[in-house]
Design a protein. Structure first.
Length: 114
């Protein structure tokens, strides 16, 4: 009889989390699916800028974009793989590098309520 494996990232989904928080629905997801990732990011920045009257002075978006993109990729890897080791392999990281970046980007707390 096989021992039960500890699956550490199963059933974690960004979409599921956002649906539970009523931030997206199936209609939104259909619209989002029709956009390229570049267009989606540009729309998000434009919507965010509208709240501050398009005064983006002092925001270091260009230099911070690397952090933003890596956080998104890390959340995607965790939500689409069955374990932390699988997520690390998917990202091309060692398991210990994965644990370090997971802590840096605080991914565990993002998925805590799921």
């Amino acid at each position: 009889m096989k021992a039960k494996r500890n699956i550490t990232t199963a059933s974690k989904s960004v979409i599921k989390k956002l649906k539970e928080e009523n931030k997206v629905n199936d209609s939104n997801l259909t619209c989002i699916n029709n956009l390229s990732i570049e267009d989606l990011i540009a729309v998000k920045f434009e919507l965010s800028a509208a709240h501050i009257n398009h005064r983006l002075y002092g925001f270091d978006i260009w230099r911070r974009s690397n952090y933003i993109i890596k956080e998104a990729i890390l959340k995607f890897a965790v939500s689409t793989t069955k374990s932390k080791k699988d997520a690390a392999r998917f990202l091309g990281l060692t398991y210990y590098e994965f644990l370090r970046v997971s802590k840096k980007y605080d991914v565990n707390s993002y998925f805590k309520d799921i």
